[in-house]
Design a protein around this ligand. Structure first.
Ligand SMILES: CC(C)(COP(=O)(O)OP(=O)(O)OC[C@H]1O[C@@H](n2cnc3c(N)ncnc32)[C@H](O)[C@@H]1OP(=O)(O)O)[C@@H](O)C(=O)NCCC(=O)NCCS
Length: 150
């Protein structure tokens, strides 16, 4: 198992995973291509020695000077709940901590996504009291979570 930077050769596989998991709310291929070119981190988790398989990825964007926004994060369903998500999120947090002047990591999560919420709370992310109504394409609302970086 390895964590590596995503490159443009991974685009097709990444988009397929994204669509399988997020359906209507999936990031488009065009935007994904841009994110591969321009990101603060875009990490993939790969398994297998010869036939490598991407089983998850996480994307972070420094959208303002002191903040990184995790804009996408997933683990392939067959591999969920085995600790891979925690491993990838931990690595992403470590990457952010290497950057100067960052004060926090933020992310949005569907209010119904209890699995992801549990994971973020395990990592000490705190929920903002405001609910972002109608945040997703699907019409679902989002919570904003933040982790302060010292
Ligand atoms: C959210 C996601 C990335 C977590 O990845 P994962 O590999 O399953 O996470 P882990 O195995 O490290 O589990 C982390 C924690 O999540 C919770 N969790 C994971 N799977 C769960 C399940 N099926 N039911 C309840 N809680 C679950 C647990 O609290 C777990 O911590 P613990 O094992 O210490 O109790 C993954 O479920 C996923 O890709 N979901 C679909 C996409 C998504 O929702 N992305 C986040 C968008 S904001």
């Amino acid at each position: 198992m390895e964590i590596k930077k995503v490159n443009s050769r991974d685009l097709k596989k990444i988009v397929k995973l994204e669509q399988n998991i997020f359906k209507k709310n999936a990031i488009s291929k065009d935007l994904m291509e841009k994110l591969i070119q321009n990101n603060t981190f875009f990490l993939k988790l790969e398994i297998g020695k010869i036939r490598k398989q991407i089983i998850g990825f996480i994307i972070g964007i420094r959208d303002i000077k002191e903040r990184v926004n995790i804009v996408n994060f997933l683990i392939k369903p067959k591999f969920q709940n085995k600790g891979y998500g925690s491993y990838l999120l931990q690595k992403a947090i470590e990457e952010v901590k290497k950057l100067a002047e960052i004060k926090k990591i933020v992310l949005n999560v569907q209010i119904s996504n209890s699995t992801a919420i549990k994971l973020y709370e395990k990592f000490n992310f705190k929920r903002d009291p405001t609910i972002l109504e109608n945040y997703y394409q699907s019409g679902e609302s989002a919570y904003l979570y933040r982790l302060l970086i010292n």
